[in-house]
Design a protein around this ligand. Structure first.
Ligand code: LFR
Length: 487
């Protein structure tokens, strides 16, 4: 039975999973998992690329001992972040974490340099300080750009170290805000306008599914495939949908909320509503908005652990289930919640500012986060549907957040739509599907999604119809968002 390995790098943890495909079913198992902790030093927030590379090699080695007939390995990871390397492939600086406070003022800088709608027409990217463009702007004048031979996105860097082939994969390039989303190439005009060195973008760009070369570590005869390098492209490829009348929530550290389209939408409406267009698998696009997802819970956990309370996600979800619903609501995307720090304290401040009860302790804070996320999902899905003209009759919630029963139920209540939860491992499964397609064993996305449906247990949440609480909460949420935006 042919086997494939998915290396899935997440902001909280990295995993190596093995998939075995017998022609009818895909069986997935986890081989290796490791923590991924950003390195904090004053205002610097960077990634330890060496550790990510070493753990990846360790995981692949373990898989080689346990899985037979492995054909290929693919690497996916979060978007926006990159490494600048010299001609010998050495990093000239540690890769920045996109939540670094150093980019806080960069959206304004970007909009000063290029007229926002003109930029949006080309790149189709939501204006957020996390993008590659904003990070590069913040690096100008520091000397690192001059020392760099080229830029490689994070999954490309790891794939490059494994295979010796340094290429950029298209889906991950589309997260940079420097990619021409219609022409499918670097946006040279934008790069010039921002005063960024053109030579940084010299790596050959390849589509998802391109074989790079064989592994340079054990087992040497394994092909490294440039899968969809962007984890969200992988996750949405694994969405078990049967038609086009669906919305998705890809729920991990970030929640990516939107609809799939066949062409980018770059109207002023889409820009003002905060939508991005990203390249997907099989020529699809994702019209979505980034919602500051389970990050709020991850950061809160870190704060509580520092206070001596080590609480797991299942425990927090159970506590939230027992806490009064819709008591206090915040905008999960308020700028004060973007960078690391005292998230429970910042949530309390937002509640005070808007005259709501202040949530205290893990149960109330978690409840506030989950209630607010579900409200925001509804907000984004409504706009995604209105702007794209695509009806949304079912919501697919994929990724780790699909295991959160409270969040799934709340999403069904708020949207008034059935929620199909799963697969939890959507990102790794999407990574495997691209490899199976590249191996010629699946012909297209429709077949790939049918395979997900027949291989993975899914859970369905129907709205109860008793939406009085949810309707009232949503009205209050809208009010809070409007007030916070004008503060
Ligand atoms: C999700 C994700 C999002 C991207 C964010 C930051 O893991 O890839 O799609 O906007 O991380 O890079």
């Amino acid at each position: 039975m042919p086997g494939y390995l998915a290396v899935d790098l997440g902001a909280e943890s990295g995993r190596v999973l093995a998939g075995a495909f017998d022609g009818e079913r895909l069986e997935v198992r986890e081989i290796h998992r490791f923590a991924n902790r950003p390195v904090r030093d004053g205002d610097d927030l960077t990634w330890d690329l060496k550790a990510l590379h070493e753990e990846t090699v360790r995981g692949i080695g373990r898989a080689a001992d346990r899985v037979e007939d492995v054909r290929s390995v693919g690497i996916d990871g979060w978007g926006s972040d990159f490494g600048l390397v010299d001609a010998d492939d050495r990093l000239v600086a540690a890769p920045w974490h996109h939540r670094t406070p150093r980019t806080a003022a960069m959206v304004a800088e970007l909009q000063k340099a290029v007229e926002p709608q003109a930029l949006y027409d080309v790149t189709g990217t939501q204006f957020l300080p996390i993008t590659t463009a904003c990070q590069l702007l913040a690096m100008r004048g520091s000397g690192v750009l001059d020392r760099a031979d080229r830029l490689l996105m994070l999954p490309d860097l790891i794939a490059g170290r494994l295979s010796g082939v340094r290429r950029t994969e298209q889906t991950i390039a589309s997260t940079t805000q420097l990619w021409d989303i219609r022409r499918g190439e670097w946006a040279a005009g934008v790069i010039d306008h921002l005063g960024l060195p053109r030579h940084l973008f010299r790596a050959e760009v390849v589509p998802a599914g391109t074989a790079l070369a064989d592994l340079r570590t054990r087992p040497e005869r394994l092909a490294v495939v440039a899968v969809a390098g962007h984890d969200t492209a992988c996750a949405v490829a694994a969405m078990p949908s049967t038609g086009d009348d669906v919305g998705f929530v890809s729920c991990g550290t970030w929640s990516l909320v939107g609809v799939e389209t066949t062409a980018p939408i770059t109207t002023p409406d889409a820009r003002v509503a905060g939508f991005t267009n990203e390249l997907g698998v099989g020529g699809r696009f994702r019209f979505l908005s980034n919602v500051n997802g389970l990050w709020l819970l991850q950061e809160s956990r870190r704060v509580w652990a520092g206070e001596g309370r080590d609480l797991g996600y299942p425990e927090l979800t159970a506590l939230a289930a027992g806490s009064a619903p819709y008591r206090s609501l915040i905008d999960p995307d308020h700028p004060s919640l973007l960078s690391p720090g005292d998230v429970p304290g910042r949530i309390a401040a937002l509640c005070r500012l808007t005259g709501q009860p202040v949530p205290t302790g893990p149960a109330e804070v978690t409840r506030c986060i989950l209630d607010s996320l579900a409200c925001k999902y509804h907000w984004v899905l409504t706009r995604a549907s209105a702007i794209s003209g695509q009806p949304v009759r079912t919501v697919h919630l994929v990724g780790g957040g699909a295991a959160n029963t409270v969040l799934c139920r709340l999403t069904a209540e708020l949207t008034g739509l059935p929620v199909v939860a799963g697969p939890y491992e959507a990102t790794a499964i999407g990574n495997l599907l691209v490899q199976i397609m590249a191996d010629g064993k699946l012909s297209d996305l429709t077949e790939a999604r049918a395979l997900v449906r027949s291989s993975v247990p899914l859970r369905r949440y129907e709205p109860t119809g008793d939406s009085t609480g949810a309707d009232d909460a949503y009205a209050r949420f809208r009010d809070v968002v409007t007030r916070l935006a004008t503060e």
